[in-house]
Ligand binder design. Structure first.
Ligand SMILES: Cc1ncc(COP(=O)(O)O)c(C=O)c1O
Length: 376
């Protein structure tokens, strides 16, 4: 049986967790939390990075820091995870869903401007499969209309767009370190703050509305409740787990890319015969092998494919019922313009097993099964 995902494990996770226990500091913002955020600030050139309890809560923080208020509108793709949308709904916004491009499944930058109204406050993009959205165009639209840009880079850790790491391009970026992501702390995430003036408000928001971070730095002599906030900082135990993986970030990335490239090499002949479609990587997009997906003819063929693969001992999954057609999407938002690609393309897409340490023989088993589905 080839399973769909195995959470990453780099080797030193338990040793570092033990160290956190020995440090007698297992709540947030200890040695390992600091190591992780400093590493991300340095590696990605983010102005400030705060580790959070999840990608979801990093997005929630971004929504509040953008000053989203009830009645504001937020533009986002419909083909995304519920968290991208929930964050803005919690802040009181109405959602305006925009179609995706079929080549990358990212929001179609050419359809964004038509969705802007006087109420629009934020454009939230999601870099699907760790492949960047067309950020130059999106930033230019945002600048012209005075809008904030949030990047849901949950899948995009270590990817880049024209040399700029994903998550550092808009006003705020969100990473996820869920066990399904390239780097994991079980549940966790990070907020990338690219506007230095928002850093202090972010620290307060994350620390239950208090200025505790300033207190620990000796900048105030007592800490107090200064604004609304919540508890968005993760435990040191989770941060210690993540640190073991960030130390090996390149090794993990290379291993995933090697599997991804082998999938591509094996399956390109099927694409040349037009039996399947493969992912596109527009110029300037360096990806992180977060996902290997293929597109089949339609929903019927995909359903047959998934069940055939299961019969061959290979677990494949699809995801994202487009949000605009989900019960909460209908309640909290509207689709702008025509749904030309979102629904149709989402029904054709299927993901193949891909994780750190995927064995060559398991990958061969997957590609053999894919080929045999098509009688090759
Ligand atoms: C695109 C996207 N956004 C947000 C999230 C939420 O991240 P988390 O599970 O860390 O809350 C995920 C993953 O789960 C995701 O894939």
């Amino acid at each position: 049986m080839v399973t769909f995902n195995i959470p990453p494990f780099a080797g030193k996770e338990l040793e570092y967790i033990q160290k956190a226990v020995q440090n007698q500091k297992i709540c947030g913002d200890g040695e390992f939390t600091k190591k992780c955020s400093a590493w991300m600030e340095q590696r990605f050139g983010a102005k400030k990075v705060l580790l959070t309890t999840s990608g979801t809560t990093a997005l929630e923080m971004a929504a509040f820091l953008c000053g989203v208020k009830p009645g504001d509108e937020v533009i986002l793709p419909s083909y995304t995870f519920s968290s991208t949308a929930n964050a803005f709904v919690l802040a009181g916004a109405r959602l305006v869903f925009v179609d995706v491009r079929p080549d990358t499944m990212n929001i179609d930058e050419k359809k964004i401007e038509a969705a802007i109204t006087p109420k629009t406050k934020v454009i939230c993009v999601m870099h699907y499969a760790g492949v960047a959205c067309e950020m130059d165009t999106i930033l230019e639209i945002a600048r012209r209309h005075g809008l904030k840009v949030v990047e849901d880079a949950a899948q995009g850790v270590m990817s880049s767009y024209k040399g700029r790491p994903l998550g550092t391009i808009g006003d705020f970026g969100a990473f996820s370190f869920h066990e399904t992501k390239n780097y994991s702390m079980g549940e966790g995430g990070a907020l990338l703050i690219n506007r230095p003036e928002a850093a202090e408000a972010a620290e307060i928001l994350r620390e239950k509305g208090t200025n505790r971070a300033k207190f620990f730095r000796g900048q105030v002599d007592k800490y107090t409740w200064v604004a609304y906030g919540s508890s968005y900082l993760p435990s040191e135990l989770n941060a210690a787990f993540l640190w073991a993986q960030l130390e090996k970030a390149d090794e993990i990335n290379e291993d995933r890319l090697a599997s991804w490239n082998e999938y591509r090499r094996q399956l390109e002949p099927l694409a040349r015969e037009s039996l399947i479609e493969l992912q596109a990587h527009p110029e300037g997009c360096v990806h992180n092998a977060h996902m290997f997906y293929i597109k089949l003819k339609d929903l019927e063929e995909r359903t047959r494919f998934i069940s055939y693969m299961k019969s061959q001992g290979v677990l494949c999954v699809f995801h994202y019922i487009p949000l605009h057609s989900a019960p909460a999407g209908l309640e909290f938002g509207r689709f702008d313009g025509e749904d030309e690609y979102t629904t149709r393309e989402s029904e054709r897409l299927v993901r193949l097993p891909l994780y750190y340490g995927l064995k060559a023989e398991d990958l061969a088993e997957v590609t053999r099964a894919v080929k045999s589905f098509f009688g090759r």
